[in-house]
Design a protein. Structure first.
Length: 416
């Protein structure tokens, strides 16, 4: 279940109980459902929210599949990810009506997919029974989700409006949206000089980890100091995400070479590029959001995602469905996930990175020169054409796979 965005232990338990095939189908259904909702309800297709949307959709799809398999009722307690959404949307000014519409859009999409699955049953009686059971289950899910979502949203919004961060976030939203703002007034409300060079950070915690806003703020504060910032603005956004900006007096802030000591394993941080004034405040933030988007898809072990290093990957992966098709088209059989193919693909990427020097690639990979030559030849065989053909596209596809892994490789399960 490499495409799952939920804790692997929980997915593994469901695989044992329900089976790999149904769970794989549900994981892909959750992904497709989240993409459809994001298209239909664009208010939710923004950083931080769309990721929680994906987790919630997958959790519901898996829980629904388990309920159908076990012939039991859907239990809200089994999908805690669903109610994480309100904590992310309230501080962004997104209304509850968009959350409720998302539930109904998702219901329509999932019901259609379930009916298509039921229609594959050969026996009429079993087919009609399965469709009736699926319809009853989905209607119950919509009723429960709508009631719990409205209640959770109301509680969180009330607490947010009473907090000191609400006024600051309102000013920040205006700047990010490009509204005409008074720099002097905004600086006073934020307690942060907006006329300097700014570098932006986005920090987040892994799925359902115990790392909260305080720990995230600590990790960001360390990076701000290491980057030479003498002033900072730090805003918690939901329960497991922090936005931050830092500025320097004598020179623009810069990420330290080699980073800083790693925070707790659950914490990830993305950084934009330093730039001046209000435009720089806004641009660096959006760059950090793009780096964070890449970071949330990346299966690697890094914790710091610098837009300056990931700008090409961010641009190429803006539409992940198109990126996946691009990788499949450019790499052919070289896009496989088997260990032998991964080794050949990694060798080819290294070989191209060092301007096709067999000796340098061999040194970097700690293998013999002839081994590199053999693997490059094997890569061409798997791809079906030489590495000189569409060289730029080939290297771009290899870069996407290196950073995003299974996210851009062909999937085993599909919903249609």
């Amino acid at each position: 279940m490499t495409r799952s965005v939920l804790p692997q232990a929980r997915v593994a338990e469901l695989v044992t109980r329900v089976g790999a095939g149904p769970c794989g189908w549900a994981v892909e259904l959750g992904r497709a459902m989240a993409e459809h909702i994001a298209d239909e309800v664009p208010y939710l297709a923004i950083d931080g929210i769309v990721q929680e949307l994906h987790k919630g959709c997958e959790a519901v799809a898996l829980a629904a599949m388990a309920a159908l398999h076990d012939e039991q009722d859907f239990v809200m307690a089994d999908v805690p990810e669903v109610l994480l959404g309100p904590a992310e949307v309230v501080s962004r000014g997104v209304g509850v009506e968009h959350m409720l519409r998302a539930i109904h859009v998702g219901h329509t999409f999932a019901t259609r997919e379930l009916w298509d699955l039921c229609e594959q049953l050969p026996d009429d009686e079993r087919r009609f029974a399965a469709m009736r059971r699926a319809s009853e289950l989905m209607l119950g899910i919509v009723a429960d989700l709508s009631a719990d979502m409205a209640r959770e949203f109301g509680q969180i919004k009330q607490a947010w409006l009473a907090s000191a961060n609400a006024a600051r976030m309102e000013v920040v939203r205006g700047i990010l949206h490009g509204d005409a703002v008074s720099v002097e007034r905004a600086s006073r409300v934020l307690g942060y000089d907006l006329t300097r060079h700014h570098v932006a950070f986005v920090a987040w915690a892994d799925d359902l980890s115990e790392a909260g806003a305080t720990e995230l703020e600590g990790a960001v504060a360390e990076l701000l100091r290491a980057s030479g910032c003498t002033a900072s603005l730090v805003l918690p956004v939901g329960d497991r995400r922090v936005w931050a900006w830092g500025s320097g007096v004598r020179r623009p802030p810069a990420l330290p070479v080699g980073g800083t000591h790693r925070p707790s394993p659950e914490v990830r941080v993305a950084a934009g590029l330093a730039a001046p004034s209000l435009d720089g405040f806004r641009e660096s933030h959006y760059q950090a959001l793009e780096a964070a988007r890449v970071g949330m898809m990346s299966p690697g072990h890094r914790w710091l995602f610098d837009y300056g290093e990931l700008d090409v990957v961010a641009l190429l992966s803006y539409r992940i469905d198109l990126a996946r098709e691009f990788v499949r088209r450019e790499l052919g059989a070289l896009a496989g996930s088997e260990e032998a193919i991964v080794t050949v693909r990694t060798t080819l990427k290294c070989y191209l990175d060092v301007e096709r020097s067999l000796n340098t690639a061999a040194e970097r990979l700690h293998v013999a020169r002839n081994t590199v030559a053999y693997r490059v030849q094997r890569a061409e065989e798997l791809r079906g054409e030489g590495i000189h053909v569409r060289r730029m596209q080939l290297q771009a596809a290899l870069t996407l796979v290196e950073e995003l892994g299974e996210t851009v490789l062909p999937g085993k399960f599909t919903t249609r």
